[in-house]
Design a protein around this ligand. Structure first.
Ligand SMILES: [Zn+2]
Length: 487
């Protein structure tokens, strides 16, 4: 979609823009309810959404805590659902017990990978602290309108929604003008030996595509209303730095000035108080421009001032202090996460280690961060070493592609005209590897979620509101159908 058409869509939706300020239940009309038109391409999705609730509960019951992952069990379960629909599914084995699963709806005898659309979600989940949960994290329990369980929003909810959108397209028997590929990946949370990089190296021809939709962006609910839809088009890059302090070991009864524990603590203290300079990427600039009118006047004013020479610095400070997310979108961040030192209460150790988790803006390098921090620490007893296996920066996806246009149009229509903003996530996803393979990759978990629900991601009592899940399936099915249907 080109820029002019985008403006027409925006003007067209302006008439219903007032509806964007409606409270959440009014923004989540069920398709088929009186006055709510059923989309002609995919029809009423409420029945498939009900089925997908069952798939999600079942996927939660399949424990894919990573490590060890054991995604093969989930892959086989998904393959079974697809086979029942008459769709051939292929299990792609990566390492023992760890597999991906792929399936394809063909548009022509000869596939054109550059046009294909890839629906991607990961099957593995992070560990739980069972004692902190009020329900069985692997029970798939429904309570008070929520489906609870590890993975409900990260990422088995989207996995089930992708499956529903894919199956809806098959059932609708639409003529499509591009292949649509379903892919469930392994080892996203740990980025280890079964991750998407390995999968691409082994099986790229099975799912090569020009466009993809994955997790990474969200539909943000604030004060009971959908505030905006954030479509991830870029992401920060993760790296780790080992801070190593060395000194003479000895008897704790005779303290020395070169104690490695003390030097490590001082270095980490300085690093913790340090703030990296602001660097506005094109996507973050567009994000704040779009968000400014949605925030209160004061915050909106600072968002508009971000790039000015006289008030820019103050604006950056105000926004960074207001929101940890905004702070992390504006700059590289350096977070101390692990300290290790000492062997006994009465021994001065000769070495002490600290880990820094670094999140780089695309374009920035970890070597530059090491240089800056070395200067800041200014201690010959302390060395900083980059750990191997850091992420790779990928080029951002285009905000002018047809697929970005379709996502924006459908999301805006489905949510009564709420703004759709490009989003640069502070977290990493499988999409960066896809972008490195020339895929226009976008992130959008299609469920409207409150901050309170988003915080449960990787936390205790993770859950998804069923109304949001159903709505998300309608949104996603429409996005996929609108982009793939031949006209
Ligand atoms: Zn995830």
């Amino acid at each position: 979609m080109n820029w002019n058409r985008k403006i027409q869509v925006l003007v067209g939706t302006a008439a219903i823009a007032a509806a964007a300020s409606l409270p959440l239940p009014a923004q989540l009309p069920t398709p088929g309810a009186p006055g709510i038109p059923v989309n002609p391409l995919v029809g009423d999705t409420s029945a498939v959404a009900k089925e997908a609730q069952g798939w999600l509960a079942e996927l939660i019951r399949i424990n894919t805590t990573n490590p060890p992952g054991n995604e093969q069990v989930a892959a086989k379960y998904i393959a079974g659902i697809l086979e029942k629909e008459g769709i051939k599914a292929e299990i792609l084995d990566i390492t023992p017990g760890r597999s991906a699963v792929v399936a394809r709806l063909r548009s022509a005898v000869m596939a054109d990978p550059s046009k294909a659309l890839l629906l991607v979600a990961h099957m593995d989940v992070v560990a739980v602290d069972k004692s902190k949960w009020t329900v069985d994290p692997f029970g798939g329990v429904i309570k008070d309108g929520y489906l609870y369980g590890r993975g409900a929003i990260d990422d088995k909810g989207m996995l089930a929604a992708n499956l529903a959108a894919f199956i809806t397209l098959k059932r609708a028997n639409l003529r499509i003008n591009r292949d649509v590929i379903f892919l469930a990946t392994a080892d996203e949370e740990n980025g280890g030996e079964a991750n998407i990089k390995v999968l691409i190296a082994k099986y790229w021809d099975k799912f090569a595509a020009g466009f993809s939709i994955n997790e990474g962006g969200n539909i943000f609910v604030k004060n009971g209303k959908i505030q905006y839809v954030g479509v991830q088009a870029s992401e920060k890059v993760s790296a780790n730095i080992d801070v190593i302090a060395r000194g003479r070991s000895g008897h704790a009864s005779q303290p020395t000035k070169d104690n490695a524990v003390v030097h490590l603590a001082l270095a980490v203290g300085k690093i913790g108080a340090y703030t990296a300079p602001v660097h506005l990427t094109a996507i973050v600039r567009r994000y704040f421009e779009g968000l400014a009118p949605l925030e209160d006047d004061e915050i909106g004013k600072w968002m508009r001032s971000l790039d000015t020479s006289d008030r820019g610095e103050h604006a950056q400070r105000v926004l960074s202090n207001t929101s940890p997310l905004w702070n992390a979108m504006l700059r590289d961040t350096i977070t101390p996460t692990i300290l290790t030192a000492g062997v006994a209460n009465n021994v001065i150790p000769g070495e002490a280690h600290g880990n820094l988790n670094v999140r780089l803006l695309p374009g920035d390098t970890v070597e530059a961060v090491v240089r800056d921090l070395t200067k800041l620490v200014d201690d010959s007893q302390v060395k900083l070493e980059v750990r191997p296996n850091g992420g790779l920066a990928a080029p951002p996806s285009s905000l002018e592609s047809d697929f970005y246009g379709v996502i924006s149009k459908v999301a805006s229509q489905e949510f009564s005209g709420v703004p759709v903003l490009p989003f640069q996530s502070t977290w990493a996803t499988d999409s960066s590897q896809l972008r490195l393979h020339n895929v226009q990759a976008y992130g959008l978990v299609p469920f409207p979620l409150t901050e309170e629900d988003l915080k449960r991601m990787h936390g205790d009592d993770e859950r998804i509101p069923l109304a949001a899940f159903n709505k998300g399936i309608d949104v996603l099915a429409r996005i996929v159908a609108e982009f793939a249907a031949a006209r």
